[in-house]
Design a binder for this molecule. Structure first.
Ligand code: FES
Length: 108
């Protein structure tokens, strides 16, 4: 069991493979949830290069490409992999409970 609060992201049936979605939170940064070949991942939604929603970018394999300046991140690790992005994005552990997908967020 991973420590931290659980934030509901979506149902497993709501997000098809190859799709990302933004999940807004009231008092914290939005989270992007991704379905990559049936495995769910969660990262901060805001690009570290500017004010762009990564969930609105292009998910190619396990990489998300920001649609503002076309930088990119490796979703499972959050590593910045395409310029101009150089700062990694925060990733969150994901927990599946039945058909519900949660992010484990330490600061929630
Ligand atoms: S805001 Fe994402 S690459 Fe510039």
């Amino acid at each position: 069991m991973v420590g931290g609060a659980r934030v509901f992201l979506c149902k497993t049936t709501e997000l098809a493979p190859g799709v990302a979605r933004r999940v807004d939170r009231a008092d914290a940064p939005a989270i992007a949830v991704y379905n990559i070949d049936g495995t769910f991942y969660a990262t901060d939604d805001c690009c570290t290069h500017g004010l762009a929603s990564l969930a609105e970018g292009a998910l190619e394999g396990d990489t998300i490409e920001c649609n503002l300046h076309f930088g990119g991140f490796h979703v499972p690790t959050g590593k910045a992999v395409f310029a101009p992005c150089s700062i990694d994005i925060r990733t969150y552990p994901v927990e599946i409970n039945g058909d519900e997908v949660f992010a484990i967020v330490a600061d929630a």
